[in-house]
Write a protein that binds this ligand. Structure first.
Ligand SMILES: Cc1ncc(COP(=O)(O)O)c(C=O)c1O
Length: 406
């Protein structure tokens, strides 16, 4: 949850870091681990992490790289074979043509996003962040001294921002728009028609760039994944970010990438060269094997995610006061829970907001979720559905019982 930090001249720390909020998901997971360490049977649904192991053929490629002594620095934007394989992936999955000099491989999609924001945003530039948004977008914009302008989608539209909303929000200071599709936290997926309209708005505003975060591309229950870069009028102004964490269950390996116009890719390469250099050599070889292996392993995992989504939706539809859109992708549910605000907990305390509700559920149901506040939606809670079926059933049984006490 966001921590409020008091700026004090006595602190040796920079204003930059003092103004920054700790990642809410990481903070909740930390609390959860503390309770588990004390022996409580907590079910952690606060983390955005597949519960699957990385497929064996990917692990084998990493072992082989290590055995071959593949332990040296790599080129900053990634090894040539991997950049080429990423171009091949864009062609195969997204019908997009990129050359390797348009690809920058990074330490997770998170670094790719940060590279782009830091390379494009000047102090005072406005960045329109489609809301609810992934927790780190706002902090990255703040770090770049930009002004983030959350643009809120409505529950009725599955929280998807419309082209008309975008048109109305663009000013002459707008530099960038940022969104994820499939979306973390809502699971919403933009359709071709919706993205076409967004591209049409962008083509009327030539100073506006878009950062399309497609990290959940493979975890899609509706079928068609559309990239904003597929619309020729805006392709040069779209930076597409993707990675291996979600689709290939490779969170700990730290591997992501971006595709952009050559000058923007070169700027991101320069940014990365001064901060981390190329990501881990072994990880890159694993990523190469992952891409060459196609998406079969991801498709198998998607079936499990779909089953779990349906399982959970079936339980939560009977929880009074939960308004839960059906996610089209990713592995979260994002119910609107404001019906519980103002109610009294058994210990006499009042549930004032979603943060209080998340803490109540952690303590009473031993289930951890994340307050929607960190995602720009303070009336919601995010539960991950990336857990075993029996754990999910037990978790939502407990949630239902605890909510009934309010
Ligand atoms: C929408 C979104 N973008 C980016 C990331 C970062 O992914 P990575 O593990 O590749 O840094 C995440 C991870 O939770 C995410 O949910």
């Amino acid at each position: 949850m966001p921590t409020t930090v008091t700026l004090t001249s006595a602190s040796p720390l920079s204003d930059r870091v003092l103004a920054m909020n700790e990642s809410a998901t990481i903070a909740m997971a930390k609390k959860c681990r503390e309770l588990i360490a004390k022996g409580f049977d907590v079910i952690n649904l606060s983390f955005g992490e597949p519960d699957f192991q990385t497929p064996q053929y990917i692990k084998d490629a990493a072992k082989q790289a290590l055995d071959e002594g593949y332990t040296f620095y790599t080129p900053v934007p990634g090894i040539p074979e991997l950049r080429q394989a990423i171009c091949d992936k864009f062609k195969r999955d997204n019908q997009l043509d990129f050359l390797p000099n348009q690809i920058v491989v990074s330490t997770g999609a998170k670094q790719a996003l940060a590279n782009v924001v830091l390379s494009l945003v000047n102090p005072g530039d406005e960045v329109i962040v489609f809301s609810p948004y992934w927790v780190s977008y706002e902090e990255m914009v703040r770090l770049a001294e930009g002004t983030s302008v959350p643009l809120v989608g409505t529950l009725e539209n599955d929280y998807k921002v419309t082209a008309a909303q975008l048109e109305a929000a663009i000013t002459e200071r707008t530099k960038l728009i940022m969104y994820s599709s499939p979306c973390n936290p809502t699971g919403a997926v933009f359709t071709r028609a919706e993205l076409e309209e967004i591209a049409a708005v962008m083509s009327r505003h030539p100073q506006v760039y878009a950062l399309a975060d497609e990290i959940y591309e493979y975890i899609n229950f509706v079928g068609e994944h559309v990239s904003l870069a597929q619309f020729p009028a805006v392709k040069d102004r779209v930076i597409t970010v993707n990675g291996f964490s979600k689709g290939y269950a490779m969170t700990g390996w730290r591997l992501g990438y971006l595709a952009a116009r050559p000058d923007i890719a070169a700027a991101c390469d320069k940014m990365q060269s001064q901060i981390t250099s190329g990501t881990c050599s072994i990880t890159q070889r694993a990523g190469l094997a992952a891409l060459r292996g196609g998406r079969t392993s991801a498709d198998e995992m998607v079936e499990a995610y779909r089953r779990r989504r349906d399982l959970v939706l079936d339980i939560v539809k009977d929880i009074p006061g939960f308004k839960t859109p059906t996610p089209s992708g990713a592995f979260y549910i994002f119910p609107e829970v404001s019906a519980y605000f103002g109610r009294t907990a058994p210990d006499g305390s009042t549930i004032r907001n979603s943060l209080d509700l998340a803490l109540y559920l952690l303590n009473d149901a031993l289930v951890s979720a994340v307050s929607g506040e960190a995602f720009g939606a303070p009336e919601c809670l995010r539960f991950s559905t990336a857990a075993a079926d029996d754990k999910l059933v037990e978790a939502f049984r407990r949630v239902k019982a605890s909510l009934a006490k309010l």
